[in-house]
Design a protein around this ligand. Structure first.
Ligand code: ADP
Length: 607
């Protein structure tokens, strides 16, 4: 059998199979698969034309015009296939895809048409030898095809050299195969002109390309692999986080436990007070850790909100200075403070978060500086009713390596662990700080020299409060007194210590309290006709939860006492959940004095 029939016949089943698989499986629509689709179909027709060429050779003497047309069509096929393959290689290497640009597409189409016309015009000569065993074409038409294909090959070569860094990417495999097998095919064909291998090689390339293009199966495997490695990373981060957290929580807990036991054995009231202060400091540290976890959970649930209110910035910075001094304690650190005197009296913004941001930076500066100084500098730029607070926190501490600066705001990241063994931290602070600054549309810049110190500079825009508003606030302040003496509050909590703490806190306002330890007891009290001005209700209680108790209370005729959810369940979205359930308000444990006073003022203040 003539090789003009033999090789295309062998390649045909592969070509058909690839077309069926490609179209049946579906494919991801992008510029590469679009070209691949055309290459596949084109290759199929190329094989057909090549077989027809054998027929054309047989009838060449009788129907030379028809035969020439077929023979030249095959050459045109070779040119177009090589051109498309070159575009394919270009597209996988470049951001800008040929094909997406309509103008370029038109130019290419015109070029193809010109090539076709030239090919059909130029003469071709058919050589037949050995009783049809050997047939090939020569002439200007064939030389032109070689010329076009050579240009394409040079272009592919240049693309490969330009992208030598990514050359090992499997996407380039078809290009290498094209070079290797293409060269072998051309050499063989030169030695044995009867062996027509080129279209066969192209079919082989098409088959290989299928495994390198973005097909759904491969994409799915790739995505599964990415998901797997992400899950593994997240799991490792969680494990590290938990072990770190357990250590972090144990430290203040150890202080609370130890000092409490010491207090029980101590008679000297001065020592007891000192130790009680240490317990408070350790509890606040513990609360900071828990709040950090809460903030991260809110960030992940996209529930971290900025709540703007009017505040006095100078007060905030005074508090921050006091807190930092307390944190410095006996450390040999010079704390330098410089706050712009022209800072507006009142600003509108989320002062809780502003404080949290600066405190975090100051705490880090103190933590990561053994000796030298920590400096807080606040300057302002006022424009169009907005005050830009430029807050910089500088230290002469351990500094941060250049490579680590980019990772600084990633949660759970802590650096220089050998050096910082004794420094407590969760790696959450800066991640939260950055998120808060982003939410406030602010900016943070880090400048650090490893071993010498760091400077964190934050810019936050806060609205300046005008004069009338200021007067309003002053008036409001007068009515900020709490007049709740003699009011009656029912506290519902299954935990006796929590009951005791809440009752004790309320007693400082001369409020009368009653405590019950279950939802059932609460319902009983109300059903017995006891009247209260307010109910503080824990949610997580055995048998009947706070929410269930609340629902049952609503069914009691004439019940209209405000009920506040008092719960340690403070993760993202919980407040909204309780308010949605009908609770009048929400107070998280441990009870914040300011929040408690807000609630007392709102629900108990004498009218
Ligand atoms: P934490 O301090 O709880 O570990 P942060 O998110 O606040 O977490 O900080 C992340 C890491 O960045 C720290 O563990 C520390 O390695 C580094 N870092 C932060 N602030 C400073 C600073 N002022 N000087 C040196 N290193 C710092």
């Amino acid at each position: 059998m003539s090789s003009g029939i033999f090789f295309p016949l062998c390649a045909m089943p592969f070509s058909i199979l690839m077309i069926i698989i490609f179209f049946k499986k579906g494919y991801i629509k992008n510029s590469e698969t679009k070209i691949y689709k055309i290459l596949l179909i084109l290759n199929y027709f190329g094989l057909l034309i090549e077989m027809l060429c054998t027929l054309a050779a047989l009838i060449y003497n009788k129907y030379s015009i028809f035969s020439n047309f077929i023979l030249k069509s095959y050459l045109i096929y070779l040119q177009i296939w090589t051109l498309l393959f070159t575009i394919y290689i270009y597209n996988i290497s470049s951001e800008k895809k040929i094909g997406q640009n309509k103008k370029l597409k038109k130019i290419l189409l015109i070029l193809i048409i010109i090539c076709c016309i030239i090919t059909y015009i130029l003469p071709i000569e058919l050589i037949i030898k050995d009783n049809f065993q050997t047939r090939y074409t020569t002439g200007l038409c064939v030389n032109f095809t070689y010329f076009i294909c050579s240009i394409m090959i040079i272009i592919i070569f240049i693309i490969l050299i330009k992208n030598y860094k990514n050359i090992l990417n499997k996407k380039y495999i078809p290009a290498f195969i094209f070079f290797v097998l293409g060269t072998i095919a051309v050499v063989i064909q030169n030695i044995f002109p009867q062996l027509l291998l080129i279209t066969y090689v192209e079919t082989l390339i098409c088959v290989l390309m299928y495994f390198t293009i973005e097909n759904p199966d491969l994409k799915m495997i790739e995505q599964l692999n990415i998901a797997k490695s992400q899950a593994e990373k997240a799991n490792n981060a969680k494990t590290d986080f938990l072990s770190n957290m357990s250590h972090e929580i144990r430290t203040p807990l150890n202080a609370i436990d130890g000092f409490s036991q010491l207090i029980l054995e101590e008679d000297d009231i001065k020592v007891i007070k000192d130790e009680a202060r240490d317990i408070i400091a350790a509890s606040q540290n513990l609360l900071e850790i828990v709040n950090g976890i809460l903030d991260i959970s809110k960030i992940e649930a996209n529930k971290l909100e900025i709540v703007n209110t009017i505040y006095e910035p100078s007060k905030i910075f005074d508090e921050l200075v006091k807190l930092t001094k307390a944190r410095i304690g006996d450390k040999p650190l010079d704390f330098r403070v410089s706050i712009d005197k022209d800072i507006p009296d009142y600003l509108n913004g989320d002062y809780v978060r502003v404080k949290q941001i600066v405190l975090n930076l100051l705490t880090n500066a103190v933590k990561y500086t053994k000796e030298g100084f920590v400096e807080l500098k606040v300057s302002t730029v006022k424009k169009n009713g907005v005050c830009r607070l430029i807050i910089s926190v500088k230290d002469s501490g351990i500094g941060i390596k250049k490579d680590n600066i980019d990772k600084l705001f990633t949660k759970f990241e802590r650096f220089d662990l050998e050096k910082n063994m004794t420094i407590e931290g969760t790696g959450l602070g800066l991640a939260i700080t950055k998120k808060l600054i982003d939410l406030m549309h602010g900016n943070i810049v880090v400048d650090s020299i490893y071993g010498e110190g760091s400077t964190f500079t934050v810019a936050l825009d806060q609205k300046i409060v005008n004069k009338e508003k200021k007067e309003e606030i002053k008036e409001k302040k007068v009515s900020k007194t709490i007049a709740v003496k003699g009011k009656k509050v029912l506290i519902v909590d299954d935990n006796l210590i929590n009951l005791k703490v809440a009752a004790r806190l309320l007693s400082t306002y001369k409020i009368t309290t009653e405590e019950v330890s279950s939802g059932f007891d609460c319902l009983k009290k109300i059903e017995e006709g006891n009247n209260y001005d307010l109910i503080l209700m824990d949610d997580m209680m055995p048998k009947m939860s706070g929410v269930e108790t609340f629902k049952k209370l609503q069914e009691i005729e004439g019940f209209n006492t405000p009920v506040i959810a008092l719960t340690a369940n403070a993760i993202a979205g919980m407040k909204e959940k309780y308010l949605k359930s009908g609770f009048n308000d929400y107070l998280s444990k441990p009870i914040d004095k300011g929040e408690l006073e807000r609630i007392l003022r709102k629900y108990l203040n004498a009218k």
